[in-house]
Design a binder for this molecule. Structure first.
Ligand code: SF4
Ligand code: SF4
Length: 464
């Protein structure tokens, strides 16, 4: 079986964007428009519209998504979460981590290539601006190496101005997710002096995004991103990745020179279009490969030209490439998919069965009971807290079974604003001996929608 041509394995000794003496090598990926690029573009437009549009949408006067860490207020798909929901968030995170791991084992780096914000912004926004203003990869290299002329200054000025504008827009959008549309509008409409911290945040975010997309680029994927660095342990020979079919492509060589060459004509188009500058022919599981599919499009175009079948580079597993079998649904994919469905189902169940309010009831610490000799009524004092976790103001009713009674100290808890907590104190009055000493009493808390929670609390009384 033809093997990979790794005679020159110099690529193992340094990063692709680094010279041997450790200097940054600027990558100029060539532009290729093929089937996958088009599909990725459409999908990216959908994601970009969602990302920029969602913070403007509200449901019942609240954002659909909010991650306000400072105010400890979180809204996910219109459902508000509070610090009291920490267990749900923790479980959700664990489920999410399992989901990501299993998804990666099965489908490799599809996330990186198709949905990661870094790739979407870099390849579908900033890179397109660069192609539009400076031209293709060769023109960009020429421009960078040329002396500073008026044309160069104009092109560089226009590009970096647009980069800054989009970095500013992204920064503000992220801020809207953090603080909500209402507070963000206040921030940009009111005098700067009232919002020094907010304005500083906008400009710090803008500077970070600008540097990431104007300078750091592939370094984020190759060095900074923890997910990328985990690929080595998450992927196996059955993971579906962008693969070079070495059984078909090797021995590589110009078609005109040798009769015994494989289908790879060593044209380097796959390398030229790669945004991280790697050669997919050195192996699929390379840390730097973000699964962007550009090399598939490039190689398909080459295969078209030389009248060979496409898919010399394709989505496949390493085992699929080595054994020549087509990728198909197998037991492993079925089992992993079933686990993924279970995890998502479990999360959905947790969210759907989540109570719209949270209550805490405590017999007031340090107090025992009061006893009225005349009426033979025993009373215990309780403290109650109710958090309205719904998106609307709610009325609440707190009750106990007859003949027990509740007598409020001060105003009873009734209406509670959305997302607010109310506290109150009340006595439960019970005829002496109605219940065994220390027996738990059910206290019923019911909201206006009829959803209720029953809390059992202890009730103490004198011995008869
Ligand atoms: S684009 Fe295809 S033919 Fe050209 S070098 Fe890459 S794998 Fe070989
Ligand atoms: S090797 Fe191919 S899929 Fe991987 S990053 Fe480069 S062009 Fe994208």
């Amino acid at each position: 079986m033809p093997q990979l041509n790794l005679d020159n394995d110099d690529f193992r000794n340094h990063l692709y964007n680094q010279s041997k003496d450790g200097k940054r090598l600027w990558i100029y990926p060539g532009r290729i428009i093929g089937k996958f690029y088009r599909l990725r573009s459409y999908f990216s437009y959908f994601l970009l519209i969602a990302l920029f549009g969602l913070p403007w949408l509200e449901y019942k006067g609240q954002p659909i998504f909010l991650f306000n860490v400072l105010a400890r207020k979180f809204i996910f798909w219109g459902v508000p979460f509070f610090p009291q929901d920490f267990h749900l968030v923790a479980l959700g995170l664990v489920a999410f981590l399992i989901f990501v791991s299993l998804f990666t084992v099965l489908f490799g780096r599809i996330w990186c290539g198709w949905a990661c914000p870094q790739t979407i912004f870099m390849e579908m926004l900033f890179r397109k601006i660069e192609y539009w203003i400076e031209g293709n990869d060769k023109a960009q290299r020429r421009l960078n190496e040329s002396p500073w002329t008026q044309e160069k200054m104009l092109k560089k000025g226009a590009k970096h101005t647009l980069f800054l504008v989009f970095a500013f827009a992204i920064s503000n959008t992220f801020l809207m997710y953090l603080m909500g549309k209402g507070d963000w509008l206040k921030l940009i409409q009111e005098p700067v002096g009232l919002h020094i911290a907010g304005f500083s945040t906008i400009w710090i975010f803008t500077a970070v995004f600008y540097l990431v997309f104007a300078r750091f680029r592939e370094i984020v994927c190759m060095v900074i991103c923890p997910y990328g660095r985990l690929q080595g342990v998450l992927l196996d020979n059955n993971s579906i990745l962008v693969q070079y079919d070495h059984t078909r492509g090797e021995p590589r060589g110009k078609t005109t020179s040798e009769q015994s060459t494989g289908d790879c004509i060593d044209c380097h188009w796959c390398v030229r279009v790669c945004p991280t500058g790697i050669d997919i022919r050195n192996g699929s599981n390379q840390l730097e490969c973000i699964g962007c599919t550009s090399c598939i499009d490039a190689c398909d175009a080459v295969m078209d030209k030389i009248h060979k079948p496409k898919n010399l580079i394709r989505y496949d597993s390493l085992n699929g490439v080595n054994s020549g079998t087509k990728m198909k649904f197998n037991l492993r994919i079925g089992a992993y998919s079933a686990i993924l469905v279970l995890i998502v189902g479990f999360l959905a169940y947790l969210l759907l069965t989540r109570k719209p309010f949270e209550s805490t009831l405590l017999r007031t610490p340090g107090m025992t009971f009061s006893f009225d000799e005349k009426t033979k009524i025993v009373s215990n004092l309780y403290q109650i807290e109710i958090l309205n976790k719904s998106m609307e103001a709610e009325r609440f009713e707190i009750s106990v079974e007859k003949p027990l009674k509740i007598s409020w100290v001060g105003n009873p808890i009734q209406g509670i604003e959305q997302g607010k907590m109310a506290k109150g104190e009340f006595f439960i009055l019970a005829p002496l001996g109605l219940r065994k000493n220390g027996e738990k009493l059910p206290v019923r808390i019911r909201d206006g929608e009829g959803k209720e929670e029953i809390i059992k609390t202890s009730f103490i009384q004198p011995d008869e």
